[in-house]
Design a protein. Sequence first.
Length: 141
Amino acid sequence: MALILDTGPLFAALDRSDADHGACRHLLEAADEPLVVPAPVLVEVEHWTQRRLGTGAWLALLDDIAAGAFQVEDLVTTDYRRVRELCDRYADADIGFVDAAVLAVTERLGEPKLATLDRRHFSTLRPRHVDALILLPIDEA
């Protein structure tokens, strides 16, 4: 088992001023399974860290990846087919490449849960391998 990470929790864990920082940081620190980051997520995280936190936060994340704190999962050929299918099927819901790639990786790895703050999109998407994904951190509001 692994915990797949979408952009939101990874960025929020880095940004102390983010409203979800505490919950996301705790989720990552308490995980007793590999933390898997689909490769396309890194592009979004890099964008937001450079824009809001600066180069130091981005470099710290890269150091954590190099040290093995996170496993980066590249897309494979079948993932691209699934991404295309999802982008087509959910075109009206504004599902983009990164969200579709996150779901494709989650399906391929057979994971029933996903760390995401994007409840709107991931509550809409219907995975192939489970009825619905368990979205973490749990919204306690």
